[in-house]
Design a protein around this ligand. Structure first.
Ligand code: G3P
Ligand code: CA
Length: 338
């Protein structure tokens, strides 16, 4: 299979190959999070400077209904909340963003992600834990930042927001979906549909955005594992041929976990073939130089497997510089016929 794909790519003409590679997108996962604390304006700035096509904010909501950029619905893995607000955790020991006002969250400092049990950074070689000063941005600040940079550079910057845990927010009476869509509308994204994808792990929410709220934003169905317990969506069902067909009704693409589209040798899974047989885009998550899947020996080989052999349309990565350079080199090689 791999040999066949390699032979096929060798005989692909220059122009076809160039178009194919040029169409692929690099999505800076939580900003250039391999270099700077995730979901901070410096991490997004660095990602844009490194050539990312899209930058990814995960969105959660505060007690006073402000949208903030955080990966987790709680604060303790990436901020000093336990120092600033001791005793504000719930019984499960989590400090939920939904229990804090924006003014309170703005008092926190963001740091590199830690494992809260050990207090150590999750990725040892990344930005040092106690260096510099970072804050939690609001989604509005993020959009203002994008707009400002688009004006000063004259270039459009793609955004790829994810609505986190909509069911949790609903239970807490927080209108995260409605407010996210309203803010995007107010920043003119209905006229920038080539520069936005909206993603979520929750199938019912994506369906509602399309079919009940009639929102025009291109939707990406993220695929988790049922064992993760992140939503009531049945991912085993969505990964069948029928499931993929259903996704085509409301989404333009799928964001699978890399381990769901590759087997332990890096070959395509049946789920991948189902997506490939559809018209859906494939944007897998997450390519990390410092956390490689078992089947690959280095980051370039992983990029080769995903971008070239599996021919995915885009990739979430913590290292947008390496992925962008990889694609640029492929365009150059195609140009020189090598
Ligand atoms: O949204 C794509 C990818 O970011 C999903 O994983 O957990 O990093 O949000 P997560
Ligand atoms: Ca995400």
């Amino acid at each position: 299979m791999r040999l066949f794909i390699l032979l096929l790519s060798a005989v692909t003409s220059f122009s076809a190959a160039q178009t194919m590679i040029n169409d692929k997108i690099v999505i800076a996962h939580r900003g250039a999070s391999g270099y700077l604390p995730e979901h901070t304006i410096p991490a997004y700035t660095f990602a844009v400077a490194q050539g990312a096509d899209f930058i990814e904010p995960d969105i959660v909501m505060t007690k006073d209904e402000e949208l903030v950029i955080l990966h987790d619905i709680y604060l303790q893995s990436t901020t000093n909340v336990n120092e600033v607000f001791p005793n504000r955790q719930r019984r499960d020991s989590n400090y939920y963003a939904a229990d804090f006002t924006l003014a309170e969250i703005k008092k926190l400092q963001v740091h590199e992600r830690i494992d809260t049990a050990s207090g150590k950074t999750v990725y040892e070689g990344r930005f040092p834990l106690d260096a510099s000063y970072f804050m939690v941005p609001t989604f509005r600040e993020f959009l203002e930042f994008v707009m400002g940079l688009e004006k000063s550079t004259g270039k459009l910057i793609g955004i790829y927001p994810e609505i986190k845990a909509p069911a949790f927010h609903k239970t807490n009476n927080l209108p995260i979906v409605e407010n996210t869509l309203a803010l995007l509308d107010s920043f003119g994204y209905r006229k920038k549909l080539d520069h936005i994808f909206l993603q979520c792990f929750d199938k019912d929410v994506l369906r509602a955005i399309k079919e009940e709220m009639h929102s025009p934003y291109p939707l990406i169905q993220l695929i988790g594992e049922n064992a993760w317990g992140i939503s009531s969506t049945d991912y085993d069902l969505l990964m069948t041929a029928e499931g993929v067909k259903e996704i085509s009704d409301y989404a333009v693409g799928i964001g699978p976990w890399i381990n769901q589209i590759t087997d332990d040798k890096g070959y395509a899974t049946q789920f991948f073939s189902h997506i490939q047989s559809s018209s859906l885009l494939i944007h897998p998550y997450t390519a990390r130089r410092d956390d490689l899947p078992n089947f690959t020996k280095d980051f370039d080989s992983l990029l080769e497997t995903l971008f070239i052999e599996l021919d995915v349309d885009g990739l979430f990565t913590d290292f947008p510089d390496v992925a962008s350079k990889f694609l640029q080199n492929r365009v150059k090689q195609a140009h020189h016929g090598t």
